[in-house]
Design a protein around this ligand. Structure first.
Ligand SMILES: O=C(O)CCC(=O)C(=O)O
Length: 343
């Protein structure tokens, strides 16, 4: 029976309606009329010269974007175009594999470090999302690469190279964000313990009724920063001053957003902002977020340098593990997880 198929990818060819478990309540549905009419966007920051003469100017731009948007796009980021193209092609090839081949990687256990799954957390959620995803842990690479899919044949090599490049980029951005807060360059780096790096390869098949469901509903990211690559199909929206702003795809550009842990470390100077993914009836959409994270045992707290009489302490201290488990088990929600850790 078609509805027994676990992945949306394998359901879609048999459907001309969205099954009832995907339908959002009225009042919580995307407004597709508005989707492409907005001309607003997020700042674009050119990283050329970040490690040399333009550093202070770029850091000021980063501070402005983190304070006012929680999101920015980057160009001249140093990741070779070929590495990006290989990552996108091998991901598409993976989702085009026969169902039996893809399903070798399937699991609905959020604790598994390599898994193909669907929606968000099928064990806890009431309404499903129009998304399949392959989730991978990427750092340290040698601990995880052997778990990754062996098919397509170049998958491990292409994804490993992309992960190395993205780690380098994430570390440069963390240094810059640290400095933009007036902290030592390595303050955030040192807070993260052994560091973690995860990746999702999100696959959103065309949807027969995209006005009834989401690829992913509004949520903020639980990690430190996210660096997202999207294919040439729009769908990502960011909340800015109460309005949803569509981030149209620009080739060879990454979208960076502040996660909840920077909101905590910055003692609320920077905000982890709600975003969501819409689907459409014509084209498959793909997005590949790299989630840069603390190690599970890292202790997270507001930086003492950012606490004073005007900025009283906003969060209690916690272990990242505790935060991350709460995030996965409570479901995606407009009430961000970070509020549960307020003093
Ligand atoms: O598909 C997108 O553009 C957003 C993905 C996202 O927010 C996520 O995977 O957490």
């Amino acid at each position: 029976m078609a509805t027994m198929k676990p992945l949306v990818t394998d359901l879609v060819s048999t459907l001309d309606h969205v099954p009832s478990n995907f339908i959002r309540p009225i009042g919580d549905r995307p407004d597709l009329q508005l989707q492409f009419t907005t001309t607003d966007s997020i700042p674009t920051i050119d990283l050329q010269g970040l490690d040399a003469s333009n550093r202070s100017e770029i850091i000021q731009k980063i501070a402005h974007a983190c304070r006012n948007y929680g999101f920015f796009q980057i160009v001249n980021h140093g990741v070779p175009e070929e590495v990006i193209n290989n990552m996108m092609s091998v991901s598409k090839e993976f989702f085009n594999l026969p169902e039996s081949e893809r399903m070798k990687n399937y699991s609905d256990d959020p604790l598994k470090t390599t898994r193909l799954s669907t929606s968000f957390n099928v064990k806890t959620e009431k309404v499903s999302n129009w998304r399949d995803y392959l989730r991978l842990h990427c750092h340290p690479l040698e601990d995880y690469v052997h778990e990754w899919p062996a098919n397509p044949p170049s998958f491990r090599e292409d994804v490993a190279e992309y992960s190395r490049q993205l780690r380098r980029l994430a570390l440069r951005l963390l240094d810059a964000i640290s400095e933009s807060l007036g902290l030592e360059k390595d303050y955030i780096n040192n807070t993260l313990g052994k560091h973690g790096q995860h990746m999702a390869i999100n696959y959103y098949p065309p949807c027969p009724e995209p006005d009834l469901t989401y690829g992913l509903p509004a949520h903020a990211d639980p990690n430190v920063i996210t660096i997202l690559l999207q294919n040439d199909v729009a769908g990502l929206q960011v909340l800015k001053d109460g309005k949803w702003v569509t981030i149209n795809p620009v080739p060879n550009t990454f979208i960076v957003n502040i996660g909840d842990q920077i909101q905590v470390i910055s003692n609320d100077r920077y905000k982890s902002v709600l975003h969501r993914a819409l689907v459409n009836s014509e084209k498959e959409r793909m997005s590949i977020p790299t989630f840069y994270c603390p190690s599970p045992d890292a202790i997270i707290r507001p930086a003492p340098q950012l606490i004073d009489n005007y900025h009283t302490v906003q969060y209690k201290e916690f272990e990242y593990n505790e935060y991350y488990n709460k995030f996965w088990n409570r479901g995606l929600s407009k009430e961000t997880c970070v509020d549960m850790f307020k003093v």
